[in-house]
Design a protein around this ligand. Structure first.
Ligand code: ZN
Length: 491
């Protein structure tokens, strides 16, 4: 069978393209990470899980992947990096903390919740504050290339000059006229030549806490600069994939492309991949809608919009059930359905574990792998992977009941396929079993003991046979003897 070639939707070209990495064995991937100003929330889940899926899949396909995901700890405003008081600085001033204390606290919280969601740690997680030198150097390259100007100690990108030679707006499909209309409304543009120019370096006001020395002023880099500087440092001037949420396409990614093109003469990333956004009960998440849900609230059910607590794997499974480029609405009904679906999948896998080999197979065991592989290669179609798994859950149950049969070889193939797709690539885990110490370990251990018990019975060692059963019962594992073997379950 020919291997499925990954086809990815490239936002830059607006079409699906066959994925051909620059180096055939190594993939470089950069994803815009969290700003560590506040507690991790539902908005963090979709980009983290989408690019975790891509990371896991590429690795499972045999690529060596260098996945770089940054931490934005140099404070920037949410809507406009150029103006006003920096958020970390404000919180630090109010609570008399070092800004890095605030950033560190929320970075740790982010890691904790990503871990619960089964999101793997990236290969490198560079902090913007640790790469000020690289950012200053990148700004200097843009100035030397003639695409930036100084004004009162700040450095701005000259969008008009750039746009005369390149297309500013190529990623989001805008042209400069649209952007003029969009940006004209903003206040406080006094240092800039044009409203659409963006800061590469900003001179700090006297009360600004986070500041660094530069050739132009004591100040701080513009928000877009960290991703250009850090992706170039760790992945080189050309790399394969740049990812992030759709909300970052403009201005953030547009500005990154302009910065790279101005400094290096070309865009850095070959494939731009964007996940769609989430809504909550049909509305954008935001404090004004009273639907801003942190991950802590999601997992303990304490937010008033939630009918119950939802486990991390329910949230992960729910997100994977939608294609990453589709919109996704969080509602209690949809989450409860996901919770039931995940339970059904895990029970099916448990049934597969109990199926006994037969002399012949009534099933085509290779079909599951073929369907999953074809779906995933088609622009990461995780909902189709899950739909193939659900079709096979019915077969797993039949195999356990004996209404369908499979040879030992076929059972082994199915178990390997499930491990690869459910646990390695989709990154799910069986939370119920995990609470008793990790399903992956429990099953072989219990079965080893029960096989030893069968042997003891054959040797008429009733004392040992009973002891094994009683001690398993004592730790909550119920054993049922059958004519030709045994059944067991965790109570
Ligand atoms: Zn970024």
């Amino acid at each position: 069978m020919e291997k499925n070639k990954l086809v990815l939707y490239n936002t830059l070209t607006r079409r699906k393209e066959t994925f051909e990495p620059i180096n055939p064995t190594h993939v470089g991937m950069y994803v815009c990470g969290p700003t560590v100003y506040g507690d991790p929330h539902l908005g963090h889940t979709r980009p983290a899980i989408t690019f975790d899926l891509l990371f896991r899949y590429l690795k499972a396909e045999g690529y060596k992947v260098r996945y770089v995901r940054n931490i934005t700890d140099v404070g920037h405003l949410e809507h406009d990096a150029d103006e006003g008081e920096d958020k970390i600085a404000k919180k630090a001033r109010l609570e008399q903390l070092e800004p890095m204390e605030v950033a560190h606290y929320y970075t740790e919280r982010y890691h904790k919740y990503m871990d619960m969601l089964g999101v793997l740690s990236p290969s490198i997680e560079p902090h913007a504050s640790g790469h000020i030198m690289e950012q200053i150097d990148f700004v200097r390259r843009i100035i030397d290339a003639g695409f930036a100007y100084e004004s009162n100690g700040s450095i701005y990108f000259d969008v008009e000059k750039y746009n005369a030679q390149h297309h500013y707006g190529c990623l989001s499909g805008r042209n400069l006229d649209d952007i003029v209309t969009d940006t004209r409304r903003l206040d406080g543009q006094e240092d800039k030549r044009h409203s659409y120019d963006f800061a590469l370096w900003k001179k700090a006001s006297p009360e600004h806490i986070m500041r660094w020395a530069s050739p132009w002023s004591d100040g701080f880099p513009g928000w877009h600069m960290e991703c250009s500087a850090m992706s170039t440092k760790y992945l080189g001037e050309r790399f394969d994939i740049h990812g992030g949420g759709m909300d970052l396409m403009f201005p953030h990614h547009e500005c990154e492309i302009a910065q790279s093109t101005a400094a290096l003469g070309h865009d850095s990333a070959r494939y731009w991949v964007h996940n769609n956004m989430i809504t909550i009960n049909g509305k954008k998440m935001g404090k004004s809608y009273n639907n801003f849900i942190t991950l802590e609230q999601m997992f303990d059910g304490s937010h008033e919009a939630l009918a119950q607590a939802y486990s991390p794997m329910t949230v992960r499974f729910f997100i994977l059930q939608a294609h990453y480029r589709s919109t996704l609405d969080f509602s209690n009904d949809a989450l409860q359905a996901a919770e039931k679906g995940l339970d059904r999948l895990m029970k099916g896998i448990e049934a597969l574990g109990k199926a006994k080999p037969a002399a012949t197979s009534t099933i085509n065991a290779a079909e599951l792998e073929e369907r999953c592989a074809a779906a995933m290669a088609d622009d990461l179609n995780s909902p189709m992977v899950i739909s193939a798994l659900f079709d096979w859950v019915r077969i797993f149950n039949s195999l356990a009941e004996g209404t369908q049969t499979a040879t030992a070889e076929d059972l082994e193939l199915l178990r390997a396929t499930v491990n690869r797709w459910v646990f390695d690539i989709l990154g799910l885990r069986d939370e119920k079993a995990a609470s008793t110490g990790g399903k992956d370990m429990v099953t072989p251990l219990v079965e080893m003991l029960l096989d030893m018990r069968m042997k003891a019975k054959q040797e008429k060692n009733w004392a040992l046979s009973d002891e094994i059963r009683d001690r398993l019962t004592a730790i909550g594992i119920r054993v049922k003897d059958r004519k030709d073997g045994y059944d067991w379950e965790i109570e």
